[in-house]
Design a protein around this ligand. Structure first.
Ligand code: PZK
Length: 292
């Protein structure tokens, strides 16, 4: 098996990396955590394995609904990153972020308060922060040059994708994936408030969902037993980090501070709990299943 250090790095994000395996790509999730878009110097042990395990679970569970890029969590994965990596098919990515919102929060709540609309879609009057929407909405966004993604209308996204029919298919696939996942998560005591997908075309022209899917880094997970509209909700995974950061005096600009060991331990426990509630599998069984 090749060592990670010998593989060409093709892309890196704040908390993950992608390597060239020739015909396939290797996606590696790290244990790094960010709050307010800034990465902390302290890792959360097992976070990468939880996120990768969740993506693998959802790819398997939704593969008959929407084809995806997943190939293997074992074959071609270097020993040193087993658990937190997968091999995937190469895709030609569509440069549109496919956001689905089932609840009104974050930038969607800001836009709604200012205009009564999100992504050009008129929403009913009188919604409270975190309210469930009458039905899930597709609110595409584009990678802004700097900083945050910018929400755009369906028509603007169609223009960016260069193909209105393609964007219609992306919307339908995104809504199907979100609806199936939100229903499953609800049965596990987790509200899947919103999520983001990225799609691409494979060598045969088949449209597939790529990236990571339905993880706490690409979605908002809320504990269902705390859910109460009219206020912001606690994050399932980052509540301890955000609570600690709020009381720490950190002004949310880089560099992010080291996290205390009790915050690390509590946060690790929440990630593992999210994995176990959603998959119904002991987290240790996932690691054993992919161990070299
Ligand atoms: C691809 N990214 C985002 C950035 C990451 C991921 N299947 C694919 N084929 C070709 N390109 C990509 C994918 C996927 N998924 C994804 N950029 C390119 C990205 C940084 C780190 F792990």
């Amino acid at each position: 098996m090749s060592a990670l250090a010998d593989l060409p790095l093709v892309a890196s994000g704040k908390v993950r990396e992608m390597y060239d395996l020739g015909e396939r790509l290797l996606m590696v999730a790290s244990d790094r955590i960010s709050t307010y878009d800034v990465v902390h110097p302290t890792p959360i042990p097992d976070k990468g394995s939880v996120l990768n395990g969740l993506s693998v679970f959802w790819f398997a569970r939704t593969g008959d609904l929407v084809p995806n890029h997943f190939v293997s969590a074992t074959d071609g994965v270097p020993d040193e990153v087993r658990g937190r990596a997968m091999t995937v098919r190469r895709l030609e990515m569509v440069p549109v972020e496919c956001v689905v919102r089932g609840y009104i929060t974050g930038s969607g709540w800001k836009d709604y308060q200012a205009t009564g609309r999100v992504a050009g879609l008129e929403l009913p009057p009188g919604l409270r922060e975190s309210d469930r929407l009458p039905e899930p909405i597709f609110t595409p966004s584009t990678k802004a040059e700097e900083g945050h993604d910018e929400t755009v209308s369906f028509e603007d996204a169609a223009e960016i994708a260069g193909d209105r029919d393609l964007l219609q298919r992306l919307r339908d696939l995104s809504l199907s994936l979100y609806t199936a996942a939100a229903e499953h998560a609800h049965g596990c005591g987790i509200v899947l408030a919103d999520t983001k997908f990225e799609f691409g075309l494979d060598a045969e022209g088949v449209l597939r969902v790529g990236d990571e899917v339905l993880t706490p880094d690409s979605s908002r997970f809320w504990p269902a037993d705390d859910y109460e509209p009219g206020r912001g909700q606690r994050s399932f995974d980052k509540q301890f980090v955000r609570d600690w950061a709020a009381g720490s005096g950190w002004d949310k600009t880089p560099p992010a501070p080291e996290l205390p060991q009790d915050v690390v331990a509590d946060t690790r426990r929440l990630y593992v709990e999210a994995y176990e509630r959603i998959t119904g599998e002991a987290f240790g069984d996932w690691l054993a299943r992919v161990a070299p």
